[in-house]
Design a protein around this ligand. Structure first.
Ligand SMILES: NC(=O)C1=CN([C@@H]2O[C@H](COP(=O)(O)OP(=O)(O)OC[C@H]3O[C@@H](n4cnc5c(N)ncnc54)[C@H](O)[C@@H]3O)[C@@H](O)[C@H]2O)C=CC1
Ligand SMILES: O=C(O)C(=O)Cc1ccc(O)cc1
Length: 309
């Protein structure tokens, strides 16, 4: 079995995801040194107060010096700029990975900066919450969750095995996918649900002037579930929308067509069509539960407070 231990890990970006990785690395003793870098001094100070690493710097280039594993955990739109900053300081033989929610764009942004001899393995843990910042992270976030790698053609199998061992040590199940396929799958299972949530909560907010706060006062659990997703970080989700544009637009077109079908069935009182669709969708949740997958969203307010970083 490949050893998951690294001499030095550099974490660039220490928000929800970066800080959760830091907590797991510390708890499981997966590195001798953990250098942490983020561009804001306030966030860096907070990371130090939380004892998330062994050294702290606003210079990403300084943080990655001598690191065996570098994990970039910043909004996807910032990936290219971070790769450019750190490239000259990366150690030969180091593994460079990321956690971004979109993959083709991150590869296009980072790959051109990756020096010879550095193993670039794009990744995406399918685990998170609507919160952000170093206080929002928690130990065990990745346990039982998928982490998808989208390796590039020339990826070294030994480096891939080492990174796989690392994520498995965090409790994740690892899978590999082509980046374009990843982006399509995530567009429907993750990006569209967030966009729909932002939209429905926005619509309800617009209606509020008409209904004089009844929207909030009487909001039942269905609407509350949407407000959790719609409370997700605006920078992160702006970047996801801009960097998975084609797949999201394709899924939104399909979604709109299917919504029009539903709208028509309601208009014309076609109860059988409604009943058939609702029966089919109920089966989907039942089969997910039967397969033993956790379908429930993280609890409201269970893990820390929402912090801007
Ligand atoms: N939030 C979630 O549930 C999940 C997020 N992701 C991905 O992980 C990445 C990080 O997300 P979170 O940790 O949730 O975000 P976050 O907002 O909690 O943390 C982001 C970190 O990046 C730093 N940062 C922001 N802009 C930067 C820039 N221009 N240059 C350098 N550093 C910058 C911030 O200071 C902060 O340390 C994103 O790419 C996101 O798509 C992946 C899985 C789940
Ligand atoms: O909070 C939720 O329900 C999420 O869906 C978290 C999440 C957000 C973005 C990702 O790329 C992966 C997971």
């Amino acid at each position: 079995m490949t050893e998951a231990f690294f001499g030095k890990i550099a974490l660039i970006g220490i928000g929800l995801i970066g800080s959760s990785i830091a907590r797991d690395v510390k708890a499981r003793g997966l590195a001798k040194e953990v250098s942490i870098s983020t561009r804001s001094t306030g966030t860096l100070k907070r990371a130090e107060e939380l004892g998330l690493g062994t050294s702290y710097t606003v210079s990403a280039a300084d943080a990655v010096k001598d690191a065996d594993l570098v994990i970039v955990s910043v909004p996807v739109g910032a990936s290219g700029a971070v790769a450019e900053q750190i490239a000259p300081s990366l150690k030969k033989g180091a593994i460079l990975t990321d956690v971004g929610s979109t993959k083709a764009s991150v590869i296009a942004q980072m790959q051109p900066h990756v020096p010879e001899g550095v193993h670039f393995i794009p990744g995406h843990p399918l685990a998170g919450t609507e919160k952000s910042g170093p206080d929002a992270g928690f130990e065990g976030l990745f346990a039982g969750r998928w982490c998808i790698f989208t390796p590039v053609a020339e990826t070294d199998p030994a480096a891939l095995a080492k990174l796989r061992a690392f994520w498995e040590a965090l409790g994740s199940k690892v899978d590999e996918m082509d980046p374009q396929h990843h982006d399509k799958v995530l567009a429907i299972v993750s990006h569209l649900p967030h966009i729909i949530a932002y939209n429905i909560v926005g619509t309800a907010d617009d209606l509020e002037t008409v209904t004089q706060s009844e929207v909030i006062k009487y909001s039942a659990s269905g609407f509350r579930d949407f407000t959790r997703l719609a409370a997700s970080d605006p920078t992160m989700w702006r970047d996801v929308c801009l960097h998975n544009r084609d797949a999201i637009l394709e899924m939104l077109a399909r979604f709109s067509e299917d919504l029009a079908y539903l709208q028509r069935a309601i208009r014309w009182g076609e109860g059988d069509k409604l009943f058939d669709l609702f029966t089919r969708t109920r089966e989907i949740r039942r089969s997910i539960i039967q397969a033993g997958q956790d379908v429930d969203a993280p609890d409201f307010g269970r893990h820390g407070t929402s912090q801007k970083s």
